[in-house]
Design a protein around this ligand. Structure first.
Ligand code: SAM
Length: 287
């Protein structure tokens, strides 16, 4: 739900949680009703450009690194030797850019349902698309659920679900059936990671359900990693990893420490710490 207080503020209201988040905007840069969603881009006074889909904040220039690094590096350093990576959603291309920083990765296919998101990113978030010409990158525009359906068995090392919230076009990406198909297309030792909403608002609902569904889908291990994300509901977000024949609670610490690529948030120590769930989450997930 979006409300503009006096024309100079963008506000996203989280009605169910009795809270809201506002950014002071200087002007609107883009407004488009795509076949899938309402896409807006604003120039803000202190967070750079802001992308909004269906009234929900997707990203800002200033803080997207938190989300994109946590959606990519923990999963890639958990897999023993990731070569073949798939991103479902992620049309802004920020996660793709992070994945391509891993030199061992041979091919990354990104499947977003809506080309308008990538076009807007090219125009208003050029830093996020700077690796799109990498010969290892393939960008497809179709429904991720259908793409996974048609993908051969045991062909993927790391599968990243970088989607919008579980309503509208992304609803199918949170269903048990979809997770079963994700499990099917992963090789043994494969790792899946899905954005899993706010630890404060969604631990006993979306996060708990996703973890249970991942178990039902056949995954052997599950780990939810919380991380800060100031522009999302509650200012705190999470990703949930699931392993097929591997333990997602451990990762290649030496390789992560030795990695020389640029990053602003991900560290070995931060990854280790994110694997330790706060007691309130442990309690809610056990109940
Ligand atoms: N960081 C964001 C968040 O957590 O709110 C997600 C960013 S990314 C822009 C989300 C993308 O998921 C959008 O570009 C949207 O088009 C895409 N998406 C939603 N449903 C999809 C589906 N069924 N298949 C492929 N992409 C989908």
């Amino acid at each position: 739900m979006t409300e503009h207080l006096d024309g100079s503020w963008f506000t996203e209201i989280f009605d169910r949680h009795g809270s809201a988040f506002s950014l002071k905007v200087s002007h609107k840069l883009h407004d488009e009703q795509t076949p899938y969603q309402h896409l807006e881009v604003y120039a803000t006074e202190t967070y750079g450009n802001l992308m909004v889909l269906d009234g929900c904040v997707m990203l800002t220039d200033r803080d997207n690194f938190l989300y994109h690094e946590m959606m990519s590096h923990p999963a890639l350093f958990t897999h023993a030797a990731p070569k073949r990576v798939v991103i479902i959603g992620g049309g802004d291309c920020g996660t793709l850019r992070e994945v391509l920083k891993h030199p061992g990765v041979e091919k990354v296919t990104q499947i977003d349902i809506d080309p308008a998101v990538t076009r807007a990113s090219e125009q208003f978030f050029p830093a996020l698309v700077e690796s799109n010409d990498d010969p290892r990158a393939e960008l497809l525009f179709e429904d991720g659920v259908k793409w996974v359906d048609n993908c051969p068995d045991e062909s993927i090392d790391v599968l990243i679900v970088d989607s919008t919230d579980p309503v509208g076009p992304a609803e199918g990406l949170f269903k048990t059936d979809f997770l079963k198909r994700c499990h099917r297309i992963l090789k043994q030792g494969g790792v899946m990671v899905q954005q899993s909403e706010s630890p404060l608002y969604h631990t006993d609902s979306i996060i708990k359900d996703l973890r249970n569904d991942m178990g039902e889908a056949g995954f052997d291990s599950v780990a939810t990693l919380p991380f800060p994300q100031p522009v999302y509901p509650s200012g705190w977000w999470s990703c949930t990893l699931a392993g097929k024949g591997c333990d997602v609670k451990s990762f290649r610490e030496e390789d992560a420490a030795a990695a020389s690529f640029a990053r602003d948030f991900y560290t070995v120590e931060g990854h280790r710490a994110a694997l330790v769930l706060p007691p309130f989450m442990q309690r809610l997930l056990e109940d």
